[in-house]
Design a protein around this ligand. Structure first.
Ligand code: HEM
Length: 205
């Protein structure tokens, strides 16, 4: 069902009359500069987003700026982080929209989305649970264990989002190549345009 929707989104949405007309997704994917601008912005915004959230996480872990209250750092930095993540989400969705079926059958992209979900659940947990009694640990050089745990989950999940985001562009395990069965299954290669090929080179039905 998801794949059918993505096929429609990639091939029909925004398509004008006539056989040669491009869908919006195809137009974006074949744009000379705009796609590059999107990808570039996605990467550059990383500096702003990851750079700022790592500073707050390292303070919550009690590793940097230990004499500065947590609230002072997060109040100053968080607006930059929110601006950064908004741009990352917008450019990321646009990048996905340009080649939805390529990324749908991409294991790195799928794993990245899993860690993105973990990172967002952790943000909700921190803001609606952990941070409720911030007054009790705001000035502590080493905040309590649950605060440090949330900061460690944040740091680890964002580093893994970046790591697997970077891998998306590499075609090592693209569908259609001889792959172990578990990768063919994890990428749903059987339904992809290139199909699923096992390590013996057989095309799987
Ligand atoms: C908000 C946190 C996010 C972070 C930290 C992040 C990070 C990254 C990184 C580091 C790359 C590699 C860029 C490169 O060097 O080529 C990347 C690529 C990519 N990201 Fe994200 N991303 C985020 C959100 C998203 C979202 C929400 C989507 C879409 C649902 C997305 C879609 C993509 C796509 C499609 C690529 C691959 C572009 C290509 O073909 O090279 N990203 N991301």
């Amino acid at each position: 069902m998801i794949r059918d929707f993505l096929v429609w989104m990639a091939t029909e949405l925004g398509k004008g009359p006539g056989d040669t007309a491009l869908s919006w997704s195809d137009a974006l994917a074949s744009s000379l500069n705009f796609w590059g601008l999107l990808e570039g912005t996605h990467v550059l915004t990383l500096i702003l987003f990851a750079g700022t959230i790592f500073v707050v996480d390292l303070r919550l872990l009690g590793l940097v700026f230990r004499k500065t209250p947590v609230s002072v750092i997060s109040d100053r930095i968080l607006p930059l982080t929110i601006f950064g993540i908004s741009l990352m989400l917008i450019t990321g969705l646009a990048l996905f929209y340009a080649k939805p079926l390529v990324y749908y059958h991409n294991l790195w992209f799928r794993i990245k989305l899993v860690f993105l979900a973990i990172a967002f659940i952790n943000i909700l947990w921190f803001h609606f649970r952990v941070q409720r009694d911030v007054a009790a640990w705001d000035t502590l050089e080493r905040p309590p264990a649950r605060v440090r745990a949330s900061a460690a989950i944040s740091l680890a999940s964002w580093i893994l989002v970046i790591f697997f985001g970077r891998y998306i562009a590499y075609d090592w395990i693209n569908c259609g190549k001889p792959l172990p069965d578990w990768i063919n299954v994890a990428q749903e290669c059987r339904t992809s345009e290139s199909g699923a090929v096992n390590l013996r080179g057989d095309l799987l039905q």
